[in-house]
Design a binder for this molecule. Sequence first.
Ligand SMILES: Nc1nc2c(ncn2[C@@H]2O[C@H](COP(=O)(O)OP(=O)(O)O)[C@@H](O)[C@H]2O)c(=O)[nH]1
Ligand SMILES: [Mg+2]
Length: 700
Amino acid sequence: MKEYPSTHIRNVAVVGHGGSGKTSLVDALAFVAGSSKRHGRIKDGSSLTDYSPDEIERGYSISLALAYAEWDGVKVNLFDTPGYLDFAGDALAGVWAADASLIVLGASAGVETGTEKVWEYSRTCEHEAIFFVSMMDKEHADFAKVYQQIRERLTPKAIPVEIPIGAGPDFKGIVNLITKTAHLYKAGTKTGEYDELPIPKEVQAEYEKYENDLIETVASTDDALVERYLEGKEISHDELVTAMRAAMKRRELFPVFCGAAELTYGARALLSEIVELVPSPADNPPAHAEKWGTAEKLELKEADDAPFSALVFKTVSEPHVGDVSLFRIYSGMVKNGQEVFNPARSAAEKLNHLSISQGKDKIEVDVLHAGDVGVIAKLRDTHSNDTLATQAVPVVLPRIPFPEPIIHVAVEAKERGDEEKINLGLAKLTEEDPTFHWEYNPDVRQTWIYGLGERHLEVILGRLARKFSVHATMAKPKIPYRETIKGKAEGQGRHKKQTGGRGQFGDCWIRMLPMPRGGGYVFEDQIVGGSIPSKFIPAVDRGIQEAAVRGILAGYPVVDYKVQLFDGSYHTVDSNEMSFKLAGILAFRNVSPNCKPVLLEPLSDLEVMTPEEYLGAVMGDLNSRRGQILGSEPGEKQLKLKAVVPEAELYKYATQLHSLTQGRGTFRKKFKGYAEMPGEAAAKVIEEYQKTKKEKEEEG
Ligand SMILES: Nc1nc2c(ncn2[C@@H]2O[C@H](COP(=O)(O)OP(=O)(O)O)[C@@H](O)[C@H]2O)c(=O)[nH]1
Ligand SMILES: [Mg+2]
């Protein structure tokens, strides 16, 4: 493997909606460059970057994967990312760790939800973006339409640099507006070879229009050029490219290219454009880092002579290898076998078998320079989003702001007794996937897993099975209802038992009153004249709390109430703590049903983003989920609808919203608090509880 200095590296994240042709494009780029020896294909499971068993089985990308193409003496690192929102964390990680986004669109599908999402990511990371309209050979391919959609839904600053010759089955080449030449593909070419020709007559008119647009757009980003343009003077190829590079850097211009990746059409031209237009790491401004454990800020030059720093942007577990860390060097260089330091975990790590990745193949290298991307297996204490640095300069880099999980389900062990193993496995999996969380919910005695979508959680359970050999299934999460009281009542709890020798005796009188929501539990000792000796009073309190855990109506913990202990009696010989605790339990059971008990349910604040045309459907659906709509406001491109919805009604909401909005709606959810449950819904929960209770009793 050749050694590539920072100036000869390009880092490009290949992003876009699922099925837009990203993985096929990465394959084509690596293959036509000769860096990958065979042209892998999605169809037969041989693709370069979709190599995990999960991906081959499903036929789409799940994990961020790396490949490279060597072109014109430059190594183009390609980050193939998944398109489905369930795996958006990996798309963000790819965009974050690269220097430019190559946004792939299908020529018939155009801009889709996933395209909007990755566009947002490229904006977050403030780096260059290039559009590639692929699948020009497909039925209904329409370059002009897709370009129009990019302008309307993403950015008016997009501008074609290539246009197709023909479309669908007639797609045969591309015209490059900068070089003013046409590439006509040799039918049946396996490596994207073409004849370079003058502009064919059939696209002459179109060419003139697009070329004019391009020059005008580029010129308008540069004061000196625009003057010359208006005077009608010629603008040279080099001037155009220099101005384009500068405008792309400021995100004032986004070039559009086209082709058909699966046929390798357009792959060679695209590589040349990437090498020419995308900045090398050496062009980047310094990385901002912080000295570990201090507030001291450091600026690290992306150069070999700066202290070493790298971010682990992804951890994957690979069969036969174990955990593999993908990292991007932000400053300094690193040698095979070198010891580095993970400051946040105070761990020294040895970079044995330092490698780069061509899909599943790992190619060992002696050295990696500033800005390059590497892989390393079996780091001991390093996880996704950790920084690797040196003992001498222990810095941490900014962390990737991974999206928060939006859905949760319960998991159940397929085999009894596996619960502990499942929880251990889940804990390990959160280390490799920051968009995945888990917790044990003691209220409902279930393990909950949180993720970005159902597919995401299915994949997690698949990994659990493969990596930890435990099998779990998804179940509906139980709702942690609560109970409370709305009225005031008083009464007695009296425990008396006479068994031969020493008996048991405890007797108390309590009053129960409601507290405001969130007010918690309050116990007031109002005993005067020692009707209960003070040493037994805490026992009454404990008894009440113990009884309250088991509820009044449906077995859920009772919250937000006050108990006043105002009278009682005792026996000098038979009274003890246990008796008074039992008296407390009895008092609670006697009095609480007379205090107008009600069920409380958790509510969530919901923010739904939807295109306006689906607003009616989304609101109707929320109404049927007992949602309270607070209003809607215009967002940047979509409407933002705010509502408060009971958690019990939000099971599988992500799937429903997806189908209501043709995949374009998204939502965020936050726990709001507890509120009284309406009678009808509450009655169902109580009925359910009575039913299971009866079943249990019958079982004995
Ligand atoms: N006709 C045609 N099909 C393509 C092209 N590129 C990809 N495909 C097919 O489209 C599907 C999705 O491609 P893939 O590369 O997995 O898309 P990704 O999800 O964006 O990575 C696969 O079945 C590919 O075989 C293309 O240029 N032309
Ligand atoms: Mg893919």
